[in-house]
Design a protein around this ligand. Structure first.
Ligand code: CAO
Length: 241
C-alpha cells in the first residue's frame, strides 16, 4: 500500500490539530481491521411497520416511565431469528476455518456518544420481553452518553444493530463488528404509497440494511434472514412461532 499522504495543511489555510479520544482511537482501530479483513456484502430491504408503530405507541403509553422504542422490537425480533438462523449467531475462529455456533443470544446496539461510537450489549434477549429490553437499552444508552460503560457492558455480543433512524437516511453500509458475522443497519421510516393489489395505500416503511461476512454467510441466507425479519416486523405475532 502507498504510505498515508503527508500534507502540511496549514500551507492552504487555517487548521488545528485535535487528538482522538480514547474511545475513538479504539473504535477506529476496530473499524479499520473489520473493514479490511471482512469481505462485506450489504443486503437492503424494507418492512411495512404501520401496524407495529401503532402497537409500539400503545405499549409505550402502557409502560409507565419506560419508552418502548422501535430498537427494542428490533432487538427482540433479531433475537428470535438468531435461534432460527444459527449461522448468524456464530463467530469464525482466528484461523478462519472453524465456526463457533453460540447457544446464547446477546445483542449489541451502536450508541453515539460525545466521545465516539460504543456498542453496549443487551444480554440473553431470548429470555426477555420488549419492555424489559427497552428499559435495559435506555439504561445502557444513558450510561454510554455519560461515559460510564465498563468493559463488561460491551463484551459477549453475538450480533449488532446500528440504528440511525432517529436521525435520517434511507440506507447505509454498517461494518460487521468482529468476531460477529452480521450487523443490521436501520434507517429512517417514512410514509410511502404501497400497492395492496387494489390501490396504493399510505404505509410506514422502514429501510433495513444487513451487512454480513460473506466467508460465513451466503447471499441467499442473508436474503432469507432479512425476509424473515421483514415478515416478523409486519406481523409481530410471528415472534411467538
Ligand atoms: N425511523 C423513524 N423514526 C425513528 C426511527 C426510525 N427507524 N428510530 C427512531 N425514530 C424516532 C423515534 O420514534 C423517536 O421519535 P420521538 O422523539 O418523536 O418519540 C426518535 O426517533 C428517537 O428515537 P428513540 O428514542 O427510539 O431512540 P433511537 O432508537 O433512535 O436511538 C440510540 C437510541 C442509542 C440508538 C441512539 O441514541 C443512537 O446513539 N443512535 C446512533 C447510533 C449510531 O451512531 N449508529 C451508527 C454506528 S456506525 O457509525
Amino acid at each position: 500500500l502507498l504510505p498515508w499522504p503527508q500534507v502540511d495543511h496549514a500551507r492552504f489555510g487555517d487548521a488545528e490539530e485535535e487528538a482522538f479520544s480514547r474511545i475513538r482511537k479504539m473504535s477506529a482501530a476496530n473499524l479499520a481491521r473489520n473493514w479490511a479483513l471482512i469481505p462485506h456484502v450489504t443486503h437492503h430491504d424494507e418492512a411495512d411497520i404501520t401496524e407495529l408503530e401503532r402497537f409500539r405507541k400503545l405499549t409505550s403509553q402502557e409502560s409507565g416511565d419506560i419508552k418502548v422504542t422501535l430498537l427494542a422490537f428490533l432487538v427482540k425480533a433479531v433475537g428470535v431469528l438468531l435461534a432460527k438462523f444459527p449461522v448468524f449467531n456464530a463467530s469464525l475462529d482466528a484461523r478462519g476455518d472453524v465456526l463457533i455456533l453460540k447457544k446464547y443470544v446477546n445483542i449489541g446496539f451502536a450508541a453515539d456518544t460525545p466521545e465516539g461510537l460504543v456498542v453496549p450489549v443487551i444480554r440473553q434477549v431470548d429470555g426477555k420481553g420488549i419492555v424489559q429490553i427497552a428499559g435495559e437499552a435506555a439504561h445502557l444508552a444513558a450510561k454510554a452518553r455519560e461515559g460510564r460503560l465498563g468493559p463488561a457492558d460491551m463484551q459477549g455480543g453475538c450480533f449488532s444493530i446500528s440504528s440511525l433512524g432517529g436521525i435520517g437516511g434511507s440506507a447505509f453500509t454498517p461494518i460487521v463488528n468482529a468476531p460477529e458475522v452480521a450487523i443490521l443497519g436501520v434507517s429512517r421510516a417514512a410514509m410511502k404509497p404501497v400497492w395492496d393489489g387494489e390501490a396504493f395505500r399510505p404505509r410506514l416503511v422502514l429501510p433495513l440494511s444487513l451487512s454480513y461476512d460473506h466467508r460465513v454467510i451466503d447471499g441467499a441466507a442473508a436474503a432469507r434472514f432479512v425476509a424473515a425479519l421483514v415478515r416478523m416486523l409486519e406481523d409481530f405475532r410471528r415472534a411467538l412461532l
